[in-house]
Design a protein around this ligand. Structure first.
Ligand SMILES: O=C(O)C(=O)C[C@]1(C(=O)O)C=C[C@@H](O)C=C1
Length: 435
């Protein structure tokens, strides 16, 4: 995707931002080194990057692996091994994105989130894996990125979509994004973005999420009138907050750590945040209550995304994620699709439906009784098998017969780390060795 089209494209807002604003605003100076030269101003930087943009687009088009493996009325494209992230060395260009503090709260040493306006392609960089996540330092997503790719360079992004684009534009090598939580359910925005972008799921990480209620030092619980956090975090602590007898309004924020940063930066003595203990440390907040999630086994599942798929294997448990739609009337299509897995003893681990963006409603006219308005859906299914297994290939071949659209989002190792109370899981990606 060219940078120009990215910037012009309507960018879906993170639904989390509801009324709460960051203390920091406006673009900061971005330093970018292009073939050794340090570029100062944003305009100069962007025009330099425009050159790289067309080059990256050309590289992408020339790559035999550029397209996602697809089942759209055809066969599955051969899956290819991961390419090392620093493979595009021919240009010899180096683009170091070093967003500096945009003013306001966070200490200047902390990286600031990428914004859509910061994005320009970086075709080559150092050997350390750069992993995009949504949020600011201290967010659970940052922790998930570290679990997925130990020792990685975690790049904060202010929206999910920015993390997708950062990988597509080679600014990051991977993205680690939440897709579901054991209490709060699916993170629908990322399901929609998985379809809109062409990245591949190359792994999953399940992260135990342990929330703290925090406020500025010295603030007592009785003084609180408001609590801010990511909507998922608010949902995960709903009953505990009520049981604590706090008389507070709940306000949604982009991410948990961002809420802590906001309260700290604005000196809000009537507001608490729900975030991780690391966020409390980073932003100088005091923990008023620890472990306030409604269930001690609260877990968020993240997917690891890359430009290239990994080679599916059969020597360890794999999961495959697909999305499909059908244009036939009636409910039996869904039954047939699911039976293609059931007859082969393939366990489904997740089903999600989302509105069909291109055809959300189908009208069925019956002269006698009027017009029925059927909602149309995209169905996302995760099943427990590797794409390298004949039974999975046969199931997909059968599914293809019943559907008008079918895409494999990825076939990747399952997170099999044991869950013990308070423990955190580790990596499950074939490509983690590339870190
Ligand atoms: O806000 C954060 O800290 C995040 O990383 C996001 C997020 C999510 O989107 O679900 C991740 C894990 C928790 O479930 C709460 C919030």
């Amino acid at each position: 995707m060219a940078a120009a089209s990215l910037i012009k494209a309507p960018v879906g807002q993170n639904p989390a931002r509801m009324g709460a604003g960051r203390s920091s605003a406006g673009g900061g100076v971005v330093r970018c080194s292009l073939q050794g030269a340090v570029v100062g101003g944003r305009a100069e930087w962007q025009s330099s990057c425009a050159v790289l943009s067309s080059k990256v687009a050309a590289l992408g088009a020339a790559s035999p692996h550029a397209a996602a493996p697809s089942f759209v009325n055809g066969h599955v494209a051969p899956l290819v091994p991961e390419q090392p992230a620093a493979a595009a060395e021919d240009g010899g260009a180096v683009l170091d994105l070093v967003p500096v503090s945009r003013g306001g709260g966070a200490p200047k040493t902390l990286p600031q989130p990428l914004r859509i306006s910061d994005l320009s392609p970086a075709p080559m960089h150092g050997s350390q894996l750069r992993v995009a996540y949504q949020g600011v330092p201290g967010a659970y997503s940052e922790k998930a990125a570290g679990k997925a790719y130990p020792g990685c360079d975690a790049i904060p992004c202010d929206q999910f979509e920015v993390a997708f684009s950062a990988v597509e534009l080679w600014i990051a090598d991977r993205a680690v994004l939440p897709v579901e939580n054991s209490l709060g359910g699916s993170i629908h925005r990322n399901y929609d973005l998985l379809l809109r972008h062409r990245l591949h799921i190359v792994g999953e990480v399940q992260l135990p999420v342990h929330h703290c209620l925090m406020a500025l030092p010295g603030v007592r619980k009785e003084c609180l009138t408001r609590v801010m956090s990511h909507p998922q975090a608010l949902a995960q602590c709903e009953h505990t907050l009520t049981a604590m007898g706090l008389n507070v309004v709940r306000e949604a924020f982009d991410d948990t750590a961002g809420a802590a940063e906001y309260v700290a930066a604005n000196g809000l003595r009537d507001t608490a945040a729900i975030a991780s203990s690391r966020a409390a440390e980073l932003y100088g907040m005091e923990v008023l209550a620890d472990g306030i999630q409604d269930d001690c086994g609260n877990v968020t599942r993240f997917v690891m995304l890359a430009r290239e798929p990994i080679v599916p294997r059969t020597d360890r448990p794999f999961k495959t994620s697909i999305v499909f739609a059908h244009d036939k009337e009636g409910t039996s299509v869904l039954f047939k699709v699911l039976s293609a897995f059931a007859f082969r003893d393939i366990t489904l681990t997740k089903i999600e439906s989302r509105p069909h963006r291109h055809r959300p409603i189908r009208l069925v006219d019956d002269a006698n009784v009027g017009t029925a308005k059927h909602f149309e859906y995209m169905f996302y299914v995760d099943f427990q098998a590797s794409l390298a297994e004949p039974r999975a290939q046969n199931a997909l071949a059968e599914v293809q017969e019943y559907t008008s659209f079918l895409r494999v989002l990825g076939s990747y190792p399952m997170d099999m780390t044991p869950m013990t109370a308070g423990s955190s899981s580790t990596v499950t990606s074939d490509d983690s060795s590339s870190t």
